[in-house]
Design a protein around this ligand. Structure first.
Ligand code: GDP
Length: 313
């Protein structure tokens, strides 16, 4: 096995596969480029939920039961915020808070998000590259019956309730690829691109909206493999199933394949969804059936190996 792997990831779903890839690849063979469209300012802090999910998962610090944030978390700060009658719609754990403080002061001191992220990854003992998709601000917004809403207001504040008729990524076009993402795409030894099992509309589309990313993927000379975020035709969590239904889509792997179109050569889908395979193959995609539910580090590594095998690595 040789060559470099570029993984595109959103938050929790993508982070688990990114952690699996990091486990099975030698240090330095992986770049994880992370969605920053979910980033926002809250209580004076810059919060990058997907970068944090990836860092925590790759460092083994993530909470698997809750599904987000850090393990062994406590919530004293939130209690005190409530006592002060401050905004409490976005939960920030005590341990997690250190990440946001460290990031925010460094950004305010003028350091680019790429540098801040690399420094954190190093401090957490992560031996693969974790890079934001861009150092420029990109902000995902959703169109609901009340108008355009910032992503986190809708996602957390309104718990994805209002129907979404459109999604935009403020700051694109115009946001440049981070140096790390651009360098990974340009590497002579790049061997495969992996689209992690993240929400295609909310986590992967912002990455594709960064200047040059979609074109670079279309011009690729290496396989691009996507792992489906659907199991049994449904998202495990989050608004993906709702978004598919609101678009009048039945919510199967064919919709995921159609969404990515020519960007993807090979789909890794859950063994339980084998019935989708013939039609995906008719549509021109190679298909691998795998156990795609990742509950443990072992599951993550096993799926990562299946993905690398799909890339013939
Ligand atoms: P978010 O930004 O934290 O919402 O995370 P992502 O966009 O990365 O991931 C959300 C998607 O991940 C959901 O659609 C889930 O169905 C999917 N997902 C979460 N865990 C798993 C898993 O273990 N296996 C697969 N195949 N998909 C998963």
């Amino acid at each position: 096995m040789s060559g470099h792997i570029l993984a595109l990831s959103g938050g929790v779903g993508g982070a688990k596969l990114a952690a699996g890839l990091a486990d099975v690849l030698a240090p330095g063979r992986l770049t994880v480029a992370v969605n920053t469209g979910d980033d926002f300012e809250h209580l004076g802090l810059t919060i990058c939920p997907d970068i944090d999910s990836v860092l925590y998962a790759m460092a083994g610090l993530n909470d698997r039961q809750r599904g987000w944030g850090m393990a062994d978390e406590t919530w004293h700060m939130m209690e005190r915020l409530r006592a002060l009658d401050e905004e409490d719609w976005f939960n920030l754990g005590d341990r997690d808070l250190a990440t946001h403080i460290a990031r925010t002061w460094r950004l305010r001191a003028g350091q680019p998000l790429s540098d801040v992220t690399a420094r954190m990854a190093r401090a957490l003992g992560i031996e693969q590259a974790v890079v934001p998709m861009s150092d420029d601000a990109v902000r995902t917004q959703v169109l609901t019956p009340d108008g355009w809403s910032d992503f986190q207001r809708w996602f957390v504040g309104e718990q994805c309730g209002p129907a979404v008729s459109d999604i935009r990524f403020a700051g694109t076009p115009g946001a440049a690829m981070s140096a790390g993402l651009s360098a990974a795409l340009d590497r002579k030894d790049i061997a495969a691109i992996v689209i992690c099992p993240s929400n295609p509309f909310l986590s992967v589309d912002p990455l594709l909206a960064v200047d040059g990313v979609r074109d670079a993927l279309l011009a690729r000379r290496v396989p691009c493999i996507a792992v489906s975020p659907l199991i049994g035709g449904k998202a495990l969590k989050g608004p993906l199933s709702k978004l598919l239904a609101e678009r009048g889509l039945s919510g199967g792997n064919l919709d995921i394949a159609a969404h990515y179109g020519p960007l993807v050569d090979h789909l890794v889908i859950d063994r339980g969804d084998a019935e989708d395979a013939p039609r995906l193959r008719e549509g021109g995609h190679a298909v691998t059936l795998a156990e795609t539910l990742m509950k443990s580090a072992g599951d993550q590594a096993r799926l990562a190996r299946d993905v690398l095998a799909a890339a013939a690595l």
